[in-house]
Design a protein around this ligand. Sequence first.
Ligand SMILES: NC(=O)c1ccc[n+]([C@@H]2O[C@H](COP(=O)([O-])OP(=O)(O)OC[C@H]3O[C@@H](n4cnc5c(N)ncnc54)[C@H](O)[C@@H]3O)[C@@H](O)[C@H]2O)c1
Length: 355
Amino acid sequence: MKILITGNMGYVGSVLVKRLRVSYPEAELIGFDMGYFGNCISSNDILPECRVDVQRFGDVRRFPKQLLTDVDAVVYLAALSNDPLGNAFETATFDINHRASVSMAQAAKEAGANAFIYASSCSVYGYAEDGARTEESPVNPLTAYAKSKVWTERDIAPLADLKFKVTCLRFATACGMSDRLRLDLVLNDFVAGAVASKKISILSDGTPWRPLIHVKDMTRAIDWAVRRELAAGGPFLTVNVGDDRWNYQVRELAEAAAEVIPGVEVSINKNAQPDKRSYRVSFEKFKRLAPGYTPEIELITAVTELRDGLIAIGFKDENFRQSHFIRLNVLARLKQAGRLTHDLEWAFGSGAIAS
Ligand SMILES: NC(=O)c1ccc[n+]([C@@H]2O[C@H](COP(=O)([O-])OP(=O)(O)OC[C@H]3O[C@@H](n4cnc5c(N)ncnc54)[C@H](O)[C@@H]3O)[C@@H](O)[C@H]2O)c1
């Protein structure tokens, strides 16, 4: 078995390769990544890429199709992975998250792969105050990031057939430790604030709803999607991935962090503009289709693990919102330094890179 993972050098990918290495010990794992966050390591463990058999550096916008030869499954994680990146780099977001994803799915089908797994997001629901969203609910993408996910789902759907299973996993917001940690995720931000400064500052008024999922549970869902039978969802499947018990209001997440890390002061922003993102999601379909692969980790366990993981790497940075654990900071700085072009291509060969 051969599995190609795009975006394997990110937050989710670094956890995913660990899972796939154990789950498919005989498989050839191929990683393909631009390497934007290669330096953003947050562990004393081995480099996550040591677990894949082949690591290729490259841009999904110019994907070398020969890499798809004999590939059975493609897991497509490569993306500009949040709203702030989508706002700062809108064109690149549509090119990478939408156009390149669709081209890759087409190429994978032509090359004879039998499964394509796309990392979509519950942020496609945007703002929805009236009850939990199901896969049949109308989408309401409010940002370039969310639109890129909706458009990809739409455009890869017609490719699915009995020989080419397409699975769009609409993930809840991730949390938890990874060898390439992100702190621009709500629970991770709260725990980092609690560990570094005993302060949690909620940027909103704390009321928005945000379903969450532990990153390890995301990788269990991907594992399921790689091996799912056609009977479980048919050739084309869009499914919300998370757990009904993990629909939290933002302030409840802060309270959970404060419960595990005593003496923490929680502040909310009473003057915040109403959050544009607020939605509850139904994960009933995933529970029905993927018994044995639904989320297992509890919120308190997630907070405890994250606290311990941060302490283990000596994390003390009170200004972490300015750090390289925030995806936007990394790309903005690389661009400012001339390492990346405006379109987020590597600026090799330019004067700036020679230094
Ligand atoms: N983390 C979450 O909360 C969450 C929730 C829902 C969906 N997702 C989706 O899951 C996927 C992985 O998210 P993540 O948190 O690991 O993000 P991340 O930013 O940590 O990782 C994304 C990876 O994609 C790579 N990449 C970006 N552009 C590329 C290009 N042009 N060519 C090749 N590689 C490129 C980056 O170098 C990075 O390694 C994304 O598609 C994201 O939208 C994440």
